[in-house]
Design a binder for this molecule. Sequence first.
Ligand code: DQA
Length: 147
Amino acid sequence: ATVLILNGPNLNLLGRREPAVYGRETLDAIVGRCRTRGAALGLTVDVRQSNHEGDLVDWIQQAGPEVGGIIINAAAYTHTSVAIPDALRAVGLPVIEVHLSNVHAREAFRHHSFISPVADGVIVGLGPQGYDLALEAMARLIQEAKT
Ligand code: DQA
């Protein structure tokens, strides 16, 4: 199966954006890490990033039959978007929410996520490794959905 890994606004700047909060790893490096981990788990990964909420909605809607699940770091849209969780609900695939930083240790406005209620699980605060962990969990969710 393919796992769609969606990344929201400003994550294209990873590596130079607030390294004390988000670390030094670039989005390209995260893409590489996801490909490697995915291959080890027998999954194809399709990693995308957009600064535009509508792109994320379109990509969720366009998920074809080859897509077994969605891993999403909606970045700031996590805390503002109704359209993204609505789209996730509409497609009905397994969803894992990831955040690099521990959003609960940060400003109050980052404590609420519109994505979490539609997610099977949430991984926060573990940096880029969160994507590896999400892929491992997703492999199991996809397996379970088949049986
Ligand atoms: C983030 C946390 C969000 O609050 C923030 O707006 C981001 C990144 C994270 O991965 O830690 O852009 O999703």
